[in-house]
Ligand binder design. Structure first.
Ligand code: FES
Ligand code: FES
Length: 217
């Protein structure tokens, strides 16, 4: 004999969350209340260790900006679309707006405040100035964080979508730079100058011959 209609509905995929579906309302009260809402973590930010007591929903970007008042990293979209929030975590660039801070307990974070100072600019910061690679500057901290990471990724042999020969040494061509910087949006359109800044930093570090540079274009 078929179960009553009410019984069938309560176990069907059309049953609302929490009503006979194994959802939150079906869990014992004790289990739901046992979940912590805040977590204490430590972050090493620009070489300084911080202990933070955070709402579990806090993004890494909000922890940096709101808790540590490091407002260099910008919130452009808060959806992983613009790259303005790019920071380095344990040497790898990430979109800080897409990371929960609690995922990074014990990690080392570098923001634009740790890259250089007005008196002692990082070579990439100096190159951005020299090439006028920004206008409003809102995207610039993320652009600089990504630009530095791009050079390191290429030197580490990490391929991109446009890398042709995966078995050969990767050349930092214009196409490679454009592809690897494509997650960083500049509303002002300073892209060509950003490209020039990255090339300058790469060339000044490696000093390739003109012939090599021409071949890589
Ligand atoms: S604010 Fe993180 S990608 Fe836009
Ligand atoms: S310099 Fe204005 S958004 Fe990039």
């Amino acid at each position: 004999m078929s179960p009553p209609i009410a019984s069938r509905l309560s176990t069907s995929r059309f049953a609302p969350e929490g009503v006979g579906s194994g959802g939150p309302a079906d869990r014992p009260e004790r289990t739901r209340n046992a979940l912590p809402e805040r977590t204490r973590i430590t972050l090493s930010v620009n070489g300084t260790r911080h202990t933070l007591d955070l709402d579990n929903r806090t993004t890494l970007l909000d922890a940096l900006r709101e808790e540590l008042t490091l407002t260099g990293s910008k919130k452009g979209c808060d959806h992983g679309q613009c790259g303005a929030c790019t920071v380095s975590v344990n040497g790898t660039r990430v979109n800080a707006c897409l990371c929960l801070a609690v995922m990074h307990d014990g990690d080392a974070v570098e923001t634009v405040e740790g890259i250089g100072t007005p008196d002692r600019l990082d070579p990439m910061q100096a190159a951005f100035l020299a090439h006028d690679a920004f206008q409003c500057g809102y995207c610039t901290p993320g652009q600089i964080a990504s630009a530095r990471a791009v050079i390191e990724e290429v030197r580490a042999g990490i391929p991109s979508h446009v890398t042709g020969d995966l078995s050969a040494e990767i050349a930092l061509t214009d196409a490679e730079i454009r592809e690897r910087m494509s997650g960083n949006i500049c509303r002002c359109g300073a892209y060509s100058n950003i490209l020039a800044a990255i090339i300058e930093v790469d060339e000044s570090a490696e000093e390739p011959t003109d012939a090599t540079r021409e071949k890589n274009r």
